[in-house]
Write a protein that binds this ligand. Structure first.
Ligand code: CP3
Length: 345
């Protein structure tokens, strides 16, 4: 029997209290992160350095007493390890050489993937050794659609028109790319679990850009396959899905992918979410900007979420990651409120 509140909630075991952690809890808003980041050189070097990556993973846990730590890495390490080299440009986000045809798909190197990502698994082992018996270790990956969106576009975008257009123009080649990423993702996540991850989260940040027909094919289906493959190897492993922007098709995602919990973006009204998918746990969904604002707006919004979702099936979190301008003192106040909250208030 596990004692960890996060695992109790995700297994619907009647947790001792409502657990919390925050997306992007490690990052630039913390001065101690900026220090280690400067020591590492660039962002990718930090991701591939187990000692430093473990250190920044643990920083927010030490400060705020979160119920979980999330591996410090990035969703784009998968294309990087497949041979589509990624660079992070200061202030401008990730850059990749765009991949737009079947020949590009054929060049991706699945073989040796675990070897090239070995530093990440070493980070997982280090953070597992660094936390106490109440804290869960979360591993993660991008879901295939979101990773493919960056690979085809060649970087960030508002519309991600290039990958969506390719999916319409050449479905077999696009599907082949989704399949390679799904396969790589299963291998990447399975290795994280073997190294010590106890929960996994799949980030599908751009799920909301897909048309309804594309959503089923490129978000729900690959996620379902990944969940099935991982559960075949690790039957009691909880998996959280984050189909950001799914809105009207969020219920389909919750019912059909087999995830144990859905992470809600800021737009989903908590009371609606609570009725949406009775069999899954819910995570979310405070607006990260409310934490930048702080004070009564932050505590008011937080109280609304806490009242709307029953504690037994809720992991408190944000609706998206912390912003770099977030004052750490506001996060401290939020963590204190969450620790002291009594149901019925
Ligand atoms: O604490 C944690 O949440 C764990 C670490 C983590 C990072 N990225 C570190 C990071 C996680 C879980 C991610 C996921 C990720 N990465 C997503 C999905 C979640 C989301 O935010 O939507 C996406 C789309 C990416 C790709 C990515 N990585 C982008 C677009 C950028 C640039 C934008 C930005 O915020 O700078 C990154 C860089 C990145 N990943 C940073 C961090 C802490 C900032 C890098 C820095 O230190 O300069």
């Amino acid at each position: 029997m596990t004692e960890k509140p996060l695992l109790q909630t995700l297994r619907r075991m009647g947790p001792s209290r409502r657990p919390f952690w925050f997306m992007r809890q490690a990052g630039r808003y913390l001065p101690e992160y900026r220090e280690v980041r400067a020591e590492a050189g660039d962002f990718l070097a930090l991701c591939y350095n187990p000692k430093l990556a473990a250190e920044v993973t643990l920083q927010p846990w030490r400060r705020f007493g979160t119920d979980a730590v999330i591996l410090f890495a990035d969703i784009l390490l998968v294309p990087d390890a497949l041979g589509q080299k990624v660079a992070y440009v200061e202030g401008d986000g990730p850059r990749l050489e765009p991949l737009r045809d079947a020949a590009g798909v054929a060049k991706l190197q699945l073989e040796g993937l675990e070897r090239r990502l070995a530093p990440v698994f070493e980070t997982v082992a280090k953070i597992k050794a660094g936390v106490d018996e109440k804290t869960a270790v979360i591993g993660f990956a991008g879901a295939p659609w979101t990773v493919v969106a960056y690979m085809v576009e060649g970087g960030g975008s508002v519309q991600f028109a290039a990958p969506r257009l390719w999916a319409y123009r050449d479905p077999p080649a696009f599907q082949a790319l989704i399949d390679v990423i799904a396969e790589a993702t299963v291998r990447y996540l399975a290795a994280q679990v073997r190294a010590g991850a106890e929960v996994l989260q799949l980030f599908d940040t751009w799920a909301g850009l897909l048309a309804a027909s594309q959503f089923r094919q490129y978000c729900v289906e690959p996620t379902r396959k990944i969940v099935r493959a991982l559960k075949a190897e690790f039957p009691s492993l909880p998996i959280i899905g984050f189909p950001k922007g799914a809105n009207a098709v969020l219920g389909d995602y919750a019912r059909e992918t087999g995830v144990d919990a859905i992470s809600l973006d800021v737009q989903v009204p908590p009371a609606v979410a609570a009725t949406l998918a009775p069999s899954v746990a819910l995570q979310g969904n405070l607006d990260p900007l409310a934490v930048v604002a702080g004070g009564e707006r932050m505590t008011g919004e937080t109280g609304q979420i806490l009242r709307a979702i029953p504690a037994a099936r809720h992991v408190f979190n944000l609706g998206h990651g912390f912003l770099p301008e977030t004052p750490p003192a506001h996060v401290e106040a939020l963590a204190k409120m969450l620790r002291e909250w009594k149901q019925g208030e």
